[in-house]
Ligand binder design. Structure first.
Ligand code: 5GP
Ligand code: MN
Length: 341
């Protein structure tokens, strides 16, 4: 990955002397959001800075084991106002694994209110917004954790990677690549993994912690969704599924339990695109996945006010589940007529 020397120097300039730093990441934080934020925090703290990690809402229970996760402040649960205080006092705000302040929901307001802090973006999503003082935007990277790895390597060398930091980064790398199965896998990424491996991280244990630590309810909900809720369009090449709050309650739903469901229809050979609609308080979360050239980033932007990557994107819908599904079917048909799916 080509990390700009100029940007590294700019970042080093900002980190000249102990600084108050806030690291924020996107709503519905995943392994990459958490792993990248924590690894950065760990190193910056080691270098004498004071660092606060903040996410807008809760993370999935099966990621709770990630080293140092307890230091992450969940803004929606933060009754004492620690997050907003830290943002108000911050000299540097680092946005990790997100391309727009709007991805922070309410937390975005607090960040906009701090006019003096320098803003740094470290990300791999397409179409980053403007307004950052230093930008490491790498849509070609498979995870933000890999971008963080390259930045830390460029700034401090490989001795900076302790076993804790390596575990945090490895979680980000596997969760965003489906355990090294999706696109953008490069020799350089595997060389980075080799370096992390040399710190003695327990790869099978990390895999088990991330992928084999769900509840029984999650397993049964998954069976229900695939068997009863998966519908197909365009001769079985486009799928969609939905989950209402009532259905989630039936299976003792916990935050994060539906993570990854949207990928499953793509295990069918001819499937090209998949969508999952999940009812949340006041809106419907839209998750999209695709294969090869089918571009769900454009689809999410055009039809669901969202975005993401070519093969993994998301958005929101503020109408009922039935209307959302109707809108999806019409949009898929339009996309199909244009030869895009
Ligand atoms: P997921 O389906 O896992 O929630 O999200 C897949 C990808 O789409 C992630 O890279 C995520 O950042 C992006 N994404 C999900 N929801 C939204 C959204 O509402 N707006 C934008 N811009 N991107 C989203
Ligand atoms: Mn990511």
């Amino acid at each position: 990955m080509n990390i700009s020397t100029e940007h590294i120097e700019q970042l080093q300039g900002l980190l000249n002397g102990p600084k108050k730093i806030v690291i924020v990441s996107h709503t519905n934080p995943d392994g990459d959001a958490l792993g990248s934020s924590l690894a950065l925090a760990e190193v910056l703290q080691q270098k004498g800075h004071s660092v606060t990690c903040i996410v807008p809402n809760r993370y999935p229970y099966y990621l709770k084991w990630i080293p140092s996760l307890e230091r992450v402040i969940v803004h929606s649960l933060d009754e004492e106002g620690r997050a907003e205080r830290a943002i108000g006092e911050a000299e540097i705000i680092i946005c990790a694994d997100m391309n727009a302040i709007s991805r922070l929901e309410n937390l975005g307001e607090a960040i906009k209110a701090n006019h003096s802090a320098k803003r740094v973006l470290i990300d791999h999503h397409l179409s980053p917004e403007e307004g950052f003082d230093v930008m490491f935007s790498h849509p070609e990277a498979s995870s933000t954790a890999f971008v963080v790895y390259c930045i830390l390597d460029a700034m401090y060398g490989k001795t900076v990677f302790t076993q804790t930091i390596a575990t945090q980064l490895y979680v980000g790398m596997i969760t965003d690549t489906g355990n090294f199965a999706f696109s953008a896998l490069t020799p350089e990424l595997f060389r980075a993994v080799a370096t992390l491996c040399e710190t003695g991280i327990d790869i099978p244990q990390i895999y088990n912690n991330v992928y084999n630590s769900f509840t029984e309810g999650r397993a049964r909900l998954f069976g229900y969704v695939i068997n009863r809720k998966m519908k197909t369009l365009i001769k079985g090449t486009v799928a969609y599924m939905s989950l209402t709050e009532e259905e989630m309650r039936r299976y003792w739903f916990q935050q994060g339990d539906n993570e990854g469901f949207v990928n499953y229809p793509l295990t069918v050979k001819k499937m090209r695109m998949s969508a999952m609609f999940t009812e949340q308080h006041g809106f419907i979360r839209v998750s999209l996945r695709s294969r090869g050239e089918v571009d769900v980033n454009t689809f999410a932007r055009r039809y669901f006010n969202g975005g993401g990557h070519r093969n993994a994107a998301g958005g929101k819908s503020f109408v009922s589940m039935d209307e959302t599904i109707r809108h999806y079917i019409e949009s898929v048909n339009e996309y199909h007529e244009e030869g895009l799916v």
